[in-house]
Design a binder for this molecule. Sequence first.
Ligand SMILES: [Mg+2]
Ligand SMILES: [Zn+2]
Length: 192
Amino acid sequence: MTSASLNPTSTLNKTLFLDRDGVVNVDHGYVSQPKDFEFINGVFSACKQFQDAGYKIVIVTNQSGIGRGYYSEQDFAELTTWMVEQFKNHGVDILSVYYCPHHPTKANAPYLKECDCRKPKPGMLLKAISEHSLNPDLSIMIGDKASDMQAAIAAGIKHKYLVNSGQSFPPEAEELADAIFQDLPAAAKSIL
Ligand SMILES: [Mg+2]
Ligand SMILES: [Zn+2]
């Protein structure tokens, strides 16, 4: 074990947390196969820039399509393996992908539940921080919904930004964000 992993305030493990749909890929709604997964222009090079600046990259995504029975956990796992491979082909390492398959009212058993992982709850972020000794004080969350900002705030992630490449959001959402960017590449350009 290195000394860095013993020190929670280490400058190591600063992390870029990304929502998936609307940030990494075009939100076509319940995307479950590579053929429907359309990377947003410039996402690979933007992530490479964050990586080169020392950020780990973690994806946190609500996937109630699993609970609703639109696709299975196996489908999601296969799509995720494929997605991570595409990043890898562009020189980007995705540290981990966390997903919530639940929905409080619109899901089948065993996914029908009020869980602590579906954003705006911070469960996925807290789990990532704990499992990988990430440093929330130096970290960034980028999402396209108020719930992404709320989850970041609840998890103590210091910097949080909205992008316009996904869902349209109300003024209340904008107030939760430190800034709003056109998309992830624009965020990289401004932040780094
Ligand atoms: Mg989204
Ligand atoms: Zn959940």
